[in-house]
Structure formats: structure tokens, C-alpha cells
Design a protein around this ligand. Structure first.
Ligand code: SF4
Length: 209
């Protein structure tokens, strides 16, 4: 299965996928940026992350801001009010219970307000712990190619864990996202340029139309 991941990584990098533009390594920044990305387009998330991180570097910095201030900074994202409230609550919990650090396990991350499996998996995989974060790109592409036949992202995560060896898990999200941002786009994917088209279920169905 390595070749699937390697091919997607190569395509994403060659086509300058936004996911490779700025790679965050600080767990708090990864958590915040993953949280902002939920139900928001990549470009909007990117703008909000830049604006917020020009002021905020650690949870303590968030606590110096009001919810309204945070809302203004994350302006471009969807659900900004809820996200601003959650960010402040998360900062409080991290400072109070974890010494300002981000917990290194899925269970504790999932207890933070607004943090679901996708966000928690993104964070722990950035920490080097094997995990597959299934976002809209991963779910869509895995189903299009025919790697899985699933309705929900949680099912996709389970199936992909069965299919791919553990050592590849943490590379999957970025590989799929980069591929989805540049070639296997949600609307009008560039199938004629795709090396997977020979066995892609979506492409086979297109040919039948
Ligand atoms: S053939 Fe089209 S739908 Fe299938 S993986 Fe490639 S770009 Fe996506």
C-alpha cells in the first residue's frame, strides 16, 4: 500500500497543495488549526490560522483575549462564535489540568470541547503516535477509489486501519488532503491526469455515463 500514499504525496507536493505550505509542529497550534478547519474550506482556515497565530502562541495567550476578540481574529471560518467559545474553554482546561500542554492521548483530547475524532487524530499523529485522521478529503477519496465503501468517517477510519500498515497511518491524512486539494477535488476531479483511474470506482462510473 506504500505506493498509494507515495503517489498521492508526490502529486500533492508537485502541485503545491496548500497542506504542504505551512507544516505546524507545535501541538497547541496543530490542535487550534485542526479545530478551526472543521466545516470550513481550506483557504478560509489558512487565513484564520495566520491571523490568530500572529497574536497567539500558547494557551495562556488565548486567555488574555475575550471571546469577541477571538471571534474577530478567526473571522473567515465557519461557526466562529462556537469555535471562539471552545478555544477559550480549551485554553482554560489546558492551563488548569495539563500545565499548558496538549494531552498525548485520544481519550483526553476527546474530552476537550469541540474536539472530535478527526481533530484528536490529527493532533496525536503530529505527535508521532500512529493515527488516521479522516476528514472530508480522506473520506471522499477512499470511497471514490474503492478502498472502502463507507457512509461515515468513523467507518472509514476503521477500514483504513485494517487496510494500511500502522507505520503509514500518520502519513495518510496529509497525503490524501494534498491529493484532494489538487487533483481529486470534490467537484470536477481531474481524472484524466490521475494515475489511479484504471481502478478508480468513481472513474469507472463516469465512463459508463
Ligand atoms: S480517477 Fe478521478 S475520482 Fe478517481 S482518484 Fe483519480 S481524480 Fe479521484
Amino acid at each position: 500500500m506504500d505506493w498509494i500514499v507515495e503517489t498521492m504525496e508526490r502529486i500533492g507536493r508537485e502541485r503545491n497543495a496548500p497542506v504542504y505550505k505551512k507544516i505546524l509542529d507545535d501541538p497547541f497550534m496543530v490542535l487550534v488549526s485542526a479545530l478551526l478547519s472543521t466545516r470550513t474550506r481550506d483557504e478560509q482556515t489558512h487565513k484564520a490560522v495566520e491571523r490568530l497565530f500572529s497574536v497567539v502562541k500558547k494557551p495562556e495567550d488565548i486567555l488574555k483575549l475575550s471571546e469577541k476578540d477571538i471571534e474577530k481574529l478567526i473571522e473567515p471560518v465557519g461557526f466562529k462564535r462556537v469555535k471562539a467559545r471552545n478555544l477559550r474553554k480549551i485554553a482554560e482546561i489546558l492551563v488548569r489540568d495539563y500545565g499548558g500542554r496538549v494531552p498525548r492521548n485520544l481519550e483526553d483530547l476527546l474530552k476537550l470541547p469541540g474536539v472530535g475524532r478527526k481533530v484528536a487524530n490529527i493532533v496525536i499523529s503530529h505527535m508521532g503516535i500512529p493515527a488516521i485522521a479522516v476528514d472530508t478529503h480522506v473520506h471522499r477519496i477512499a470511497n471514490r477509489i474503492g478502498l472502502v465503501k463507507t457512509e461515515k468517517p468513523e467507518e472509514t477510519e476503521k477500514e483504513l486501519k485494517r487496510i494500511f500498515p500502522k507505520e503509514l497511518w500518520s502519513r495518510l491524512n496529509r497525503a490524501f488532503v494534498g491529493f484532494g486539494q489538487t487533483l481529486c477535488k470534490p467537484i470536477k476531479p481531474l481524472c484524466n491526469e490521475c494515475p489511479f483511474k484504471m481502478f478508480c470506482e468513481y472513474f469507472k462510473n463516469l465512463e459508463k455515463i
